[in-house]
Design a protein around this ligand. Sequence first.
Ligand code: FAD
Length: 202
Amino acid sequence: MRYDVVIVGGGASGLACALTLASARGRGWEWAEGRRYLVLDTDRSDMNRALFKNVPGIPQGTTGRELLERIREQIKTYGGVDFLEDRVVRIDGERGKFKVKTEGEKEFESEFVVLASGFHRFEIECEGVEVVENPRSPKPGRVMIKHDEDYRVRDGLYVAGLLAGGSSMFSVASGIGVQVAINILSEWAGKPIVIHDVPEEG
Ligand SMILES: Cc1cc2nc3c(=O)[nH]c(=O)nc-3n(C[C@H](O)[C@H](O)[C@H](O)COP(=O)(O)OP(=O)(O)OC[C@H]3O[C@@H](n4cnc5c(N)ncnc54)[C@H](O)[C@@H]3O)c2cc1C
C-alpha cells in the first residue's frame, strides 16, 4: 500500500503532524488534495501516563489518554489518515520510494517518512540516521536523531517530537510535529505555507 507520508509514532508529535497534514485537505490546494497519510503506532506514548495541568488551552486535569483520543477524533474529521497499531522495524529507500516494514510483516511505500517514536530508544533499522544522547532530557540515556534546522534527517526523512531533541513537554513535542507537517506541505506547494481558519462573518 502506498502513502504520501508515513508517520512512525502516534503520540504527541506524530498525531500533531498527522492533524496538520490532514487539515490541508479541502482548501482548494491541488497539491494537497487526495493525499494519504498513515500513522503506525505501538500505543506506548508517554502521554498514557500523564495528567495535564499546564497545556495551554487544555482543561486542567485532562489525562494524556483522553487527549490522545481527542486528537485522533479531530484528525478523523478531515479524513485521509489511516491508523495501524504495529511496530516499525525497518525503513529502506529514499524520498519517493521509502519502504516501511513492520513487526507484523506489513510493508508500506511512501514519499516521506516522519520519525516520531519518542526519546526512549531508537531500534528501527534505517540508513542515514545518527542517534545521539538527547541533550534536553532530564534523565540520561534518552536519544535524539541528528537533523538540520528544518528537522530533516535526509531528503524525505524527517524527525519530530522528543526524538528531534525537543524538551519533554506536550506543546514542544506537538509543535515540532506541526512544524514538520508544514515543512512537508511547503515542499509540495513549492513555497512557505501556513494553514489558518477564520470565523465566518455574520
Ligand atoms: C509521567 C509523565 C507525565 C507528563 N506530564 C506532562 C505534563 O504535565 N505536561 C506536559 O506538557 N508534558 C508532560 N509529559 C510529557 C509529554 O507526554 C511528552 O513530552 C510527549 O508525549 C512526547 O511526545 P512524542 O511524540 O515525542 O513521544 P510519545 O508521545 O512518547 O510518542 C511516541 C510514540 O511512538 C510509538 N513508537 C515507538 N517506537 C515505535 C515503532 N518502532 N513503531 C511504531 N510506533 C512506535 C510509541 O508507542 C508512542 O506512542 C509527561 C510525560 C510523562 C511520562
